[in-house]
Write a protein that binds this ligand. Structure first.
Ligand SMILES: O=C(O)[C@@H](CO)OP(=O)(O)O
Length: 232
């Protein structure tokens, strides 16, 4: 049996301000810093250790990982950063307030944009300053790979590509893995691991800063059980 830990970054400044975030690179709030430290302490308390870490190229996830590894005295382990674990791209909604957007477009529409599997929010224009194609973080991507908006299926596709190419082989080679990522990349991975239906994933919400453990079958990495670990 293999065990991996998934953790959504601690609360970000825009989680606090209730803004659509996506690929906007906002940092942790004060509370998010506390949540990340607590996640590290919980993992130490429960005797976890890691050989390799994976995260996105967004600082709320990177900083969460740094803080966790620092609490665990594991800052030396390899930590790989990839855009493929980035939050779902929120298109032209990035930066807007969620409540104000619901007032304007209605709760039902905003819920579709936020939680449905196949609905994409309105796309960004490439001339928009929020377009990721001009950000040096993404200079290695082909233009066709730089999203203008994404639905959960798009996010799942890129996150799973990274899972199959990089993370699953590490787990198979007996490495103890931690993934510090985002609400929707973790929803996408959980959807895949637990084979959730499109309907079931609508109600799946991942809390910030709480380690989620998956115990996986040695052979095919199918999940045996999963659980959040909290302070005792
Ligand atoms: O704004 C975002 O990028 C995400 C995660 O914070 O929000 P949502 O809960 O709408 O998926």
């Amino acid at each position: 049996m293999r065990k991996i830990v998934l953790v959504r970054h601690g609360e970000s400044v825009w989680n606090l301000e209730n803004r659509f975030t996506g690929w906007s690179d906002v940092d942790l709030s004060d509370n998010g810093l506390v949540e990340a430290r607590r996640a590290g302490k919980i993992l130490v308390h429960h005797g976890y250790t890691f050989d390799v870490a994976y995260t996105s190229v967004l600082k709320r996830a990177i900083r969460t990982l740094w803080i966790i590894l620092s609490e665990m005295d594991l800052m030396w382990i390899p930590a790989h950063k990839t855009w493929m674990l980035n939050e779902r791209h929120y298109g032209a909604l990035q930066g807007l307030n969620k409540a104000e957007t619901a007032d304007k477009y209605g709760e039902a529409q905003v819920h579709m944009w936020r939680r449905s599997v196949d609905v994409r929010p309105p796309a960004l224009d490439k001339r928009d300053p929020r377009y990721a194609g001009t950000d040096p973080k993404y200079s290695a991507l082909r233009e066709s790979e730089v999203p203008l908006t994404e639905n959960l299926m798009d996010t799942e596709q890129r996150a799973l590509k990274y899972w199959h190419q990089t993370i699953a082989p590490a787990i198979h080679s007996d490495k103890k893995v931690i993934i510090a990522a985002h609400g929707n990349t973790i929803r996408a991975l959980v959807k895949y691991l637990d084979d959730l239906s499109d309907e079931a994933v609508v109600d799946l919400n991942i809390p910030t800063g709480l380690p989620l453990v998956y115990e996986l079958n040695d052979e095919d990495l199918s999940p045996v059980r999963h659980y959040f670990i909290e302070e005792r």
